[in-house]
Design a protein around this ligand. Sequence first.
Ligand code: ACO
Length: 319
Amino acid sequence: QPRSIIRGVGGYLPSRILTNDELAKTVDTSDEWIQQRVGIKQRHIAAEGEFTSDLAVNAARRALDAAGLTPADIDLIVVGTTTPDLTFPATATLVQAKLGMHHGMAFDIQAVCSGFVFATVTADSYLKNGMARRALVIGAETNSRLLDWTDRSTCVLFGDGAGAMILELSTDGERGILASSLRSDGHFWDKLHTDGGPSSTQSVGHLRMEGREVFRHAVGKITDVVESVFAATGTTVDDLDWFVPHQANRRIIEGAGQKLGIPPEKVIITVDRHANTSAASVPLALNEAVGDGRIKPGDLVMIEAMGGGFTWGASLIRW
Ligand code: ACO
């Protein structure tokens, strides 16, 4: 049965690194507090004039190189982002133009931190339905532009970056996306949101979060959706080689890992160096683990994320 296989991944982080100590000079916080509560040491921040589409294109080119492909080989671009260059058009269309493409289709997915998982599942469905043959799936964010840099409870948590993955429909054996599950519950919209938007305030607004509430829901929702994907495929946590969670917070990752019974050595962690890059965090973590040889062909990999909305989801992939 045809499945979407992973042809390549790529990642891009802006060169500027902002450490906790530097942040502590502008807001009332400390390296110790941030490391203890969330496990973050530093984050990357996009340069002035460097937009989400620029980060996305850099990650996309690296994924294309890794796959030995060119933009001519792609006929679908899906970008998960909460920080588009412009309110419209979709950042995916800007990426398409920067890659020199006139063919195919490109659109964005808005599922906040779950954006990459939602984009992956969307692209997988398009491929299986015959709407496209090869997809470029990207998570890209310039979260630094959405933060209130005077609010210590949020500004320490996020960073900028992009990750990309190329999916191709294949009948090549057992590889590919085996099963996925997506969920949302809009009743929780105000727990994590921006206090602005084109329709309500005609402004962008800033990210606002009830951290405790988000934390309270995160572990349960993540483990639910991961367990449902295991059940759908008849696999268990013992079959898993790598758990690649959304990188919001080390304590959420550890809590979910413990509840699911996943040994810490099978969990990919980047939050210490990248902070929360929202939709970019999962593909950046995949890129790192593929690049350093941890994730190898044939490995069973679970990706998962949870974010504003709330939205949450997971996919199980035979790499
Ligand atoms: N530095 C120092 N002190 C701080 C900071 C900071 N950066 N931020 C908050 N505090 C203070 C608060 O003001 C409060 O002080 P008070 O007791 O004098 O009022 C104290 O620390 C405790 O605040 P809480 O918000 O109760 O702290 P908590 O232990 O809940 O930690 C945190 C806050 C880290 C945000 C936690 O709630 C959390 O991790 N939540 C999950 C949120 C998250 O990861 N969101 C990411 C986006 S969602 C997603 O991707 C899943």
